[in-house]
Design a protein around this ligand. Structure first.
Ligand code: DQA
Length: 148
């Protein structure tokens, strides 16, 4: 059975391609998710990709992963900076034994001050930021390299 990874993207990431391309690049979310699925398959993983603008839906997906024992690659987008609900769901996920990689396309530490805080980071197994879609692919590689 191949190792299942849930790859979650938060609010406004459905607009990738046209959203501030000087920051986020011109790849669409479909392109990015296609790369994720291909990279996962090459690594012997099985990736499922989802995106939502809804905080409650994201919390629900994190609980689903916790219950199923799936690892998660999460770009919480703006929720990163203020959603204690998403942060607590991440703590629950990792507490249940899943691994969590926080990813960002841009490098939030190099941007506005409000982006310097992550309420997810305290629970994450690790964080990868600043490599565009490559951040997601590197996250998959990290999970595969440490496979349990
Ligand atoms: C982001 C960075 C966040 O600050 C921002 O709110 C996003 C995208 C990134 O991938 O670089 O929506 O998570």
């Amino acid at each position: 059975m191949s190792h299942h990874v849930l790859v979650l993207s938060g609010p406004n990431l459905a607009a990738l391609g046209s959203r501030e391309p000087e920051i986020y690049g011109t790849l669409t979310l479909d392109d990015l998710q296609g790369q994720v699925v291909d990279e996962a398959a090459a690594l012997g993983l099985e990736a499922t990709c989802r995106q939502t603008d809804d905080e409650g839906e994201l919390v629900g997906w994190l609980h689903e992963a916790a219950a199923a024992g799936w690892d998660v690659v999460l770009n919480p987008a703006a929720f990163t900076h203020y959603s204690y609900a998403v942060g607590d769901a991440c703590a629950h996920l990792v507490g249940m034994g899943s691994r969590l990689v926080e990813v960002h396309l841009s490098n939030p530490a190099a941007r506005e001050t409000f982006r310097h805080t992550s309420v997810v980071a305290r629970s994450a197994t690790g964080t990868i930021a600043g490599f565009g879609a490559g951040s997601y692919l590197l996250a998959l590689r990290a999970l595969a390299a440490q496979d349990r």
